[in-house]
Write a protein that binds this ligand. Structure first.
Ligand code: SAM
Length: 204
């Protein structure tokens, strides 16, 4: 991570605690691949934290994290930022973990919405993140209604970012650019700005 990653003492303690909770829970339910536990800090925590540097706007606003799983990136971002964080996750056991971890970490600006995204009431998102949630076209189709003219989209997409972007309708593609991941030389993050509206959908 670069020099702007400078957590306070409290944030470091919370990140440490989150890492412990995540590893402990991973023995009970499959949250992260066991092979990634030894590299948890880079592979999952720093990988999530780097998204904050891609949205440093003053004031913030609601951040919606789609398919949060164990809180990646949602809980990591909520530890490092005061921004209101809504994590949408359809699986009950994962939501139980998210709620327990948020309470343990005393993160009061976090909301866990236990439902498929398709059934979540529309709200305006200042930021939409989604890590390993769904193929890009489906992801956008499901979440477009949460976007506004000023929504920032932060979509870590691994090695297939450019390929997935190229498959989108032109009107969607033009909202995005590609950022290199700071934690994985082979991964990229799609960063977008703006509203994806009904008119743009499906138009090539
Ligand atoms: C591959 S996991 C990724 C979890 C986390 N974002 C990460 O990077 O580790 C995808 C998550 O999305 C959730 N999910 C899948 N489809 C969903 C939907 N339609 N609505 C809400 N959550 C969904 C799954 O339950 C799962 O926890």
């Amino acid at each position: 991570m670069d020099a702007c990653f400078a957590p306070t003492e409290t944030q470091w303690a919370r990140l440490d605690r989150f890492a412990d909770l995540l590893v402990a829970e991973n023995a009970r339910q499959n949250l992260i691949a066991a092979s990634t536990v030894p590299t948890l800090w880079v592979r999952h925590i720093a990988d999530s934290a780097q998204l904050l540097a891609l949205d440093e706007r003053e004031g913030g606003g609601l951040w919606i994290d789609l398919g949060s799983g164990p809180g990646l990136p949602g809980l990591v971002v909520a530890i490092l930022s005061e921004r209101p964080m809504m994590m949408v996750e359809s699986r009950k056991r994962r939501c139980d973990f998210l709620r327990a971890a948020a309470a343990d970490l005393d993160l009061r600006h976090v909301e866990v919405v236990e439902a498929p995204l398709e059934r979540v009431e529309t709200r305006s998102a200042a930021t939409i993140s989604a890590r390993a949630f769904a193929p890009l076209d489906r992801l956008i189709d499901l979440s477009a209604r949460f976007s506004t003219e000023s929504t920032r989209w932060l979509l870590p997409k691994g090695r297939n970012a450019v390929k997935e972007l190229a498959l989108l309708p032109q009107a969607w593609q033009s909202l995005f650019h590609v950022e290199q991941s700071r934690t994985d030389a082979e991964s990229q993050i799609l960063v977008g700005e703006g509203k994806i509206g009904a008119k743009q959908r499906g138009k090539r």
